[in-house]
Design a protein around this ligand. Structure first.
Ligand code: GRF
Length: 192
């Protein structure tokens, strides 16, 4: 079962998933492996991380495409070369077209840095602080056409503490994402 991971940035979630897959021998337990990492940003730090981890990796620069549809169509082709059982969005900062989402229905996951359904979209940590939330967190969910919606598979909760900035809260949430996402994918594979 091939897993394809899509990234746009530092790729720390991607690396944690790969490390968990190796440590927990997902290839033996689930016949599953991380087949490829694809970034829409040529300079994403996660690409060199993927290199270091010995993973096939590829860039598809969305800026070279005239439309969202054209980018998504090409991305779909790249992904489908691997015939993936699962597509994992790990800090992939692109809104996906309904056709793309439909094509991977039931086999595409995302992680979002808030306790959904609160705070869809961007700037989740600042918005949680501004709202006076006492807890924040992260959510792994199945991807549906509507942004940051879809069935929730797992959540992690962290406290918001006095003096928190968006940055300090983001770091606290991210450290939990690193445990949550591998766990949610493992559970998905157990059910698959
Ligand atoms: C994570 O907080 C993720 O939830 C958000 O972007 C961040 C990606 O971090 N959408 P990384 O690229 O996995 O390090």
């Amino acid at each position: 079962k091939n897993i394809v991971i899509l990234i746009s940035g530092s790729g720390s979630n991607m690396a944690c998933i790969v490390q968990a897959a190796r440590r927990e021998q997902w290839h033996k337990r689930f016949d599953a492996q991380i087949a490829c990492v694809i970034s829409n940003r040529p300079n994403a730090e996660g690409l060199s991380l993927a290199d270091k981890l010995g993973l096939a990796n590829q860039v598809l620069d969305h800026q070279l495409f005239a439309s969202r549809q054209a980018f998504d169509a090409e991305l779909m082709q790249l992904i489908d070369r691997w015939q993936p059982a699962l597509v994992v969005l790990a800090g992939f900062m692109r809104i996906l077209t309904p056709d793309f989402v439909e094509h991977y229905a039931g086999r595409m996951l995302n992680i979002h840095p808030s306790l959904l359904p609160a705070f869809t979209g961007l700037h989740t940590h600042q918005r949680a602080i501004d709202a006076g939330c006492k807890v924040a967190g992260a959510t792994v969910h199945q991807v549906v056409a509507e942004l940051d919606h879809g069935p929730i598979l797992a959540q992690a909760v962290v406290p918001v503490v006095a003096g928190d900035t968006a940055q300090s809260l983001a770091a606290r949430v991210l450290s939990q994402e690193h445990l949550l996402y591998p766990k949610a994918i493992r559970e998905w594979l157990e059910r698959a």
